[in-house]
Design a protein around this ligand. Structure first.
Ligand SMILES: Cc1cc2nc3c(=O)[nH]c(=O)nc-3n(C[C@H](O)[C@H](O)[C@H](O)COP(=O)(O)O)c2cc1C
Length: 184
């Protein structure tokens, strides 16, 4: 039942990942799942940059350097974490959104469609026992200095992925009854 996978899906962080690789074929399946997200006016705004191998290290170096450059008082723990997170991950996928040049719909709808594409990948990872999470540091506004972003393309964060060994605790949510108004 898909509800079981939805409830089992968790944010699993790079510090929890082991060294087991994730093969390109698996990443291709995740991207295929992403590509089936709903999309208003069929703009299919999700764009992804897949970082495997050395490009992950380069991302880590870029993020930690940029953080030190823009922060008045950079914290060493954060410098280290920014550098290490991509290296600890088997794969990093940069999550990007391509705004429809005709602006045929509001931007929020394209952000929503991209987020649904990410949820598709996240659920597939949960199903396959792969750990992952969406990281959205403030530094994403500088990603045009690292990626060749097209006109109207924005980076919305990073999808860090890796296998893990430890037990992941159950998720926590407040009751849905507090978030719903039933109407006759
Ligand atoms: C759009 C988005 C951005 C997120 N950005 C971050 C982030 O920058 N750092 C982080 O630790 N978690 C981030 N998360 C993951 C959440 O922390 C995580 O989903 C939340 O703690 C609930 O845990 P669960 O997903 O395991 O149920 C993000 C999630 C979403 C949907």
């Amino acid at each position: 039942m898909i509800l079981d996978t939805i409830k089992k899906r968790r944010a699993v962080f790079p510090v929890q990942y082991n060294d087991k690789p994730i093969h390109k074929e698996v990443v291709e399946q995740l991207l295929e799942a992403a590509n089936w997200a709903p999309t208003h006016r069929k703009t299919e705004p999700w764009r992804f940059k897949v970082l495997m191998g050395e490009s992950k290290d380069k991302l880590g170096v870029f993020l930690s350097k940029k953080y030190q450059e823009v922060e008045d008082r950079p914290k060493q723990v954060k410098v280290k974490k920014l550098q290490e997170n991509p290296r600890r991950s088997a794969v990093v996928i940069a999550i990007c959104m391509q705004r429809d040049p005709k602006e045929s719909l509001p931007e929020w709808e394209e952000l929503a469609a991209t987020a649904m594409a990410v949820q598709n990948m996240w659920l597939c990872c949960a199903d396959m026992g792969i750990g992952c999470y969406w990281s959205s540091p403030g530094l994403i506004k500088y990603m045009d200095e690292f990626f060749d972003l097209k006109d109207g393309e924005k980076c919305l964060g990073f999808f860090y992925m890796g296998h893990y060994d430890e037990e992941i605790p159950d998720g926590i949510r407040g009751p849905i009854s507090e978030k719903v108004e039933w109407m006759d």
